[in-house]
Design a protein around this ligand. Sequence first.
Ligand SMILES: C[S@@+](CC[C@H](N)C(=O)[O-])C[C@H]1O[C@@H](n2cnc3c(N)ncnc32)[C@H](O)[C@@H]1O
Length: 246
Amino acid sequence: MTEARSTGKFNKENQSGVVQDIFSSIAPYYDLLNHVLSFGQDIYWRKKTLQHMHFFKTYKCVDLATGTGDVALAVAKKFPEVATVGVDFSPAMIAIANKKKSNRKAKAFLGQVAFQHGDATRLPFADASFDVAVMAFGIRNIPDKQTALNEMSRVVVPGGQVLILEMVSQQNKFFQALYQAYLCNVLPRIARLFSSHRTAYYYLGQSIVHFPSMDQFCMMMQKSGLRVEKIVSMTFGITRLFVGKK
Ligand SMILES: C[S@@+](CC[C@H](N)C(=O)[O-])C[C@H]1O[C@@H](n2cnc3c(N)ncnc32)[C@H](O)[C@@H]1O
């Protein structure tokens, strides 16, 4: 581990390594932290995302930055006819996803979902392999967002979907101030109880605050060959689902 990685100081060049360290260190607590810090809303956000998925040709889905696999497992459960692969560059997160898969009581869908190690900016899949490429709460961690979007667009079939679920900064000034105070002060303090990683949740807050504006992000999607069909706002616009069609 480099010094920059171990101290948690990061810039655009070493961000990937730091992000990998952060998620490896918080992997065992990731689900619990997510539920606590989002007041349980994360479950609803992922569920809502699935309602916008449309399978019509390959009946395959790729869940990028899958983390502990909740989106991939939910797809496998809701769409038993669809084969899903979850990809993440943190072996610790993938290990938990695999554990959840083998722990599931509803074994009926096993075989429909697999997890593998990989980088969202260099996907090991052929062009037009999937009907749907989805990424939940991953894009803000990726320094080269355009390349990640290009890759998602490349691996879906024409007419296929690229779905990005992400927490975005607020438009309303009053709500923005409250939200930033929560993200930058409250959230890192709660998270420190669970994770020894100094910067983990400070970084999370910053990555939301510095996320591109909605217009900028839509332009990036368009640049990768997608038409932005809709933007679904959830929980007062804290989280948005960008639905792109190739
Ligand atoms: C906030 S978690 C989201 C996990 C999951 N999608 C969810 O809904 O909870 C972000 C995940 O993105 C992964 N990640 C970040 N950059 C990545 C990249 N370039 N390639 C693959 N995974 C990446 C991290 O390892 C982490 O598991």
